[in-house]
Design a binder for this molecule. Sequence first.
Ligand SMILES: [Zn+2]
Length: 136
Amino acid sequence: MDWRNKPKSFWAERLTPEQFRIMREGSTERAFTGALLNNKDTGQYLCGSCETVLFDSKTKYDSGSGWPSFYKAGTEDHNDPVEYKKDDSLFESRVEILCKNCGAHLGHVFADGPKPTGQRYCVNSLSLKFKKEDEE
Ligand SMILES: [Zn+2]
């Protein structure tokens, strides 16, 4: 399926209005409101639009920013799922992160993260879907 060229109407049907505003129009959820902010379960974080694997719970940490934060994008099996785009929409220039598969807006990446990468992927809960690791 060609996820990149879906019309807005496709997403409007598939997503909640809040998800639509964030993932398709680049808006940001309010800090400390996201459902996945304090999620500490083991598993994978998928794109809220197309369910591509984006982040591993092993790389999630508490950044204090109010949004789910990861120090690395991708997992062992999916190592390059995120696209980077320079965003000059605020006073400072930031780097926007998007799902490479469908173009959904995820959040931003900053260079003040912890070791080993020094990166902070700051992601909207509403751009993500959590898939808990099967307990066997
Ligand atoms: Zn996606």
